[in-house]
Design a protein around this ligand. Structure first.
Ligand code: GLN
Length: 450
């Protein structure tokens, strides 16, 4: 498979990069105004909302956040069995566009239909576009991980811009204008994907099977394949704990920032919602240097398997919650009773160092380990697991309302630490179970300049 390249990566990567950037713009843009729209007064003359209570709104938000990722299982299975990833992405993109525009209509029935369309659309699109990234790289290609990091940076450019643009126009002008902006974002993403299709000819197609292959596809998995699936499922356990901790950002850490952090900088009080862009901002800032650091680490002959990186990520995540405990302690002993802002900035930073050691690494890992006939299903299962993490995060947030921040942050720090240490201990065993799936044929230090 001869491919045109840009920056040493297949051109198709940049098609997927921009398509997913706009899909995430649409997703995070809508998410940024959903709760605000639901809770805005119906009597507001300028920009009326639906007048729900906060808990009603948060509960819908939590369910939506879980469902959207949970649907990935069906989206992945549909691609493996009937559609192939490319068609699943196009079909999913269309559903998302319809969903976003349904939200622009001022009717409750259209609002719910819009949400259902979005859940189905993202479920079809998100896992499959991610699997397609893996399909661009041959088995053993050392650039695969870097490709996923680039893709992840694209995701976060969309996630960074969306709350600012969709949030601004939705909140300040008209909610429905915000939703339609999210819809236009998705239209751009869809156009990029369709017109860039010529660079994606060889990826994302339904596996064409000869009668013998069709027969083989019905055979049970081999021992090697089973072992690899086991490693994936174990690594998914890490993922639940990680996302349960990470998603505190939108809930508990958000409330903590609002109520207990001194947000004044040079006399200006930073709005609480701005902290919501911090994750994406840090990813864009340190995504490339982090990928480079891991590569260099590997080139020095040190352990750099995916499970090892994930274990390191979990320990760093644990430290980020220790920092939050530091904030709570600091607030309890200082004069104004509020924590200095640097604790929060530091904790968010560590979140992202951990995220970059876990999230794009997991995506790449799945494309290396999943048996071809279940490639999309495994990816979909991964996203479903992140959905469970989201749900667990909100449950921890509720728990904190009774038990306090110190205890909750402490429990999260401990859970991350335990999982991290456990995986450290198991690294060798887990690696053996991958049966060399991570071996690269052309280690980066020997890659010839293009
Ligand atoms: N923030 C990343 C994205 O939006 C990862 C989300 C996830 O894996 N649940 O793609």
């Amino acid at each position: 498979m001869q491919q045109d390249t840009v920056l040493g990566h297949p051109k198709g990567l940049f098609v997927l990069f921009f398509a997913e950037l706009w899909e995430r713009f649409s997703y995070y843009g809508m998410r940024a105004i959903l709760v605000l729209y639901l809770t805005a007064e119906t009597t507001d003359l300028i920009n009326p909302g639906l007048g729900w209570t906060s808990s009603e709104a948060l509960s819908l938000y939590g369910t939506y956040g879980m469902m959207v990722y949970f649907m990935g299982i069906f989206g992945g299975a549909a691609a493996d069995k009937w559609l192939g990833q490319k068609k699943a992405v196009i079909f999913g993109g269309l559903l998302i566009i319809l969903g976003q525009f349904a939200l622009t209509v001022d009717s409750l029935a259209m609002f719910y239909s819009g949400l259902v369309l979005l859940v189905c659309g993202v479920g079809l699109l998100k896992p499959n576009i991610s699997t397609m990234v893996g399909g661009l790289y041959k088995k053993g290609d050392a650039k695969r991980d870097a490709g996923f990091t680039l893709f992840y940076i694209g995701i976060n450019i969309g996630a960074l811009a969306a709350p600012l643009l969709v949030g601004y126009f939705g909140e300040k002008v008209d909610w429905h204008l915000g939703f339609s902006l999210a819809g236009f974002g998705m239209i751009i993403g869809q156009l990029v994907f369709v017109f860039g299709g010529k660079h994606l000819k060889d990826v994302g197609n339904l596996l064409k099977q000869s009668p013998t292959e069709a027969h083989l596809a019905t055979q049970p998995l081999t021992k090697l394949e089973k072992d690899r699936v086991i490693v994936l499922l174990i690594s998914f356990l890490i993922v639940i704990v990680f996302w349960a901790a990470y998603e505190q950002a939108g809930g508990l850490m958000n409330l903590y920032a609002r109520d207990s952090v001194d947000r004044f900088v040079f006399g200006y009080e930073i709005p609480t919602s701005w902290f919501q862009s911090l994750h994406a901002f840090y990813v864009v800032l340190i995504g490339a240097p982090m990928a480079w650091l891991w590569l260099k680490w590997g080139n020095m002959g040190k352990e750099s398997s995916a499970v090892f990186k994930m274990a390191v990520g979990m320990i760093i995540m644990s430290v980020s919650f220790l920092a939050l405990m530091g904030a709570v302690y600091d607030a309890s002993i200082n004069m104004i009773g509020k924590a200095p802002i640097y604790w929060l900035l530091f904790s968010y930073f560590l979140h992202v160092v951990a995220e970059l050691s876990i999230s794009p690494v997991a995506l790449s890992f799945i494309t290396k380990l999943a048996p071809a006939k279940y490639a999309s299903l495994m990816m979909g299962t991964y996203f479903a697991i992140t959905g469970l993490g989201n749900k667990a995060a909100s449950m921890l947030g509720v728990f904190a309302q009774k038990s306090g921040e110190m205890v909750t942050f402490g429990i999260i720090a401990l859970a991350c630490l335990i999982v991290g240490i456990l995986i450290f201990i198991l690294v060798k065993k887990l690696k053996a179970l991958t049966h060399g799936a991570e071996e690269v044929e052309n280690p980066p230090m020997f890659v010839e300049p293009e």
